[in-house]
Write a protein that binds this ligand. Structure first.
Ligand SMILES: Cc1cc2nc3c(=O)[nH]c(=O)nc-3n(C[C@H](O)[C@H](O)[C@H](O)COP(=O)(O)O)c2cc1C
Length: 252
């Protein structure tokens, strides 16, 4: 086991963080966590020799703010394990894009994984994941990563995906606040891109919204929701995946 890893993660609704923490605590005694979703905190330099870098999959890509923040890290002389966490549909070009960003920051990628968590826009898809079987997969992967680190093997990691990456998804609409909203401001505080403000006793959302669902997940009144037509469309598009279980994949 390693003494310490630095975990860089973006996890608007907690699934990515869950997967990354299971993995990190299996490979290291101490985790220094850096939340890339914090507007005020700039990424710090990696403590220890190994970084774990975890991002959710949005439209088969990684969110642009993750790519930008990862590219600005200094990974020279450090190793990295990359994790893309997706909602049981597909991860497409996300892991490749994450690895490109991590490599351009100077890290040497030793292993990569694509793991499933509950879909943040359609919670019936991948419901309850990561579950016990996922935990076993993640821990099994972690043991393989430790063995690779100990053997000093430096084989290149190849992951699926295409360049150029698929086009970034559009943002059809931002979440809205319904009348149950008590104007507590939690949605505004957690927004990673500062898109939400409280104005004239109502919540305003500007076009910076990346539809990450952090505000929906953070609302204590369940008053922050997707506009009902968009929610219905997502459920219709993803509904067939409710009864399908995608398996975790890893690459060493
Ligand atoms: C805007 C958006 C786009 C998404 N696109 C995909 C996708 O292309 N494929 C997929 O399997 N899941 C997709 N998901 C689901 C998330 O990848 C999944 O729920 C992930 O666990 C979210 O991470 P978090 O819980 O850390 O926020 C998407 C979610 C959102 C909010």
């Amino acid at each position: 086991m390693l003494n310490m890893v630095t975990l860089y993660y973006f996890s608007p609704t907690g699934g990515t963080k869950k997967v990354a923490e299971i993995f990190s605590s299996e490979i290291a005694g101490k985790i220094t966590a850096v939340d890339l979703g914090m507007r005020t905190v700039q990424p710090e330099s990696t403590i220890g020799d190994v970084a774990v870098i975890a991002a959710p999959v949005f439209g088969g890509r990684i969110p642009a703010i993750v790519a930008d923040k990862v590219r600005s890290l200094n990974g020279t002389g450090k190793k990295a394990v990359t994790l893309a966490v997706y909602g049981n549909r597909a991860f497409e070009d996300a892991l490749l894009e994450l690895n490109d960003a991590v490599a351009s920051a100077g890290f040497q990628i030793v292993a990569s994984g694509a793991f499933v968590a509950q879909h943040s826009m359609a919670p019936e898809v991948g419901k309850g994941r990561p579950d016990e079987k996922d935990r076993a997969d993640i821990c099994g992967f972690a043991q393989k990563v430790l063995a690779k680190l100990e053997s000093a093997a430096d084989s290149q990691v190849t992951v699926p995906g295409n360049r150029p990456y698929k086009n970034s998804m559009g943002i059809p609409a931002a979440p809205i606040s319904n009348p149950a909203c008590k104007l507590c401001g939690k949605c505004s505080a957690v927004c990673p891109v500062g898109a939400i403000s409280l104005e004239n006793h109502s919540v305003a959302t500007n076009t910076n919204c990346i539809l990450c669902m952090a505000c929906v997940s953070a609302c204590p009144e369940q008053a922050r929701i997707l506009p009902p037509p968009l929610q219905a469309k997502m459920e219709q598009m993803l509904g067939a995946l409710k009864s399908i279980r995608r398996e975790n994949e890893y690459f060493l």
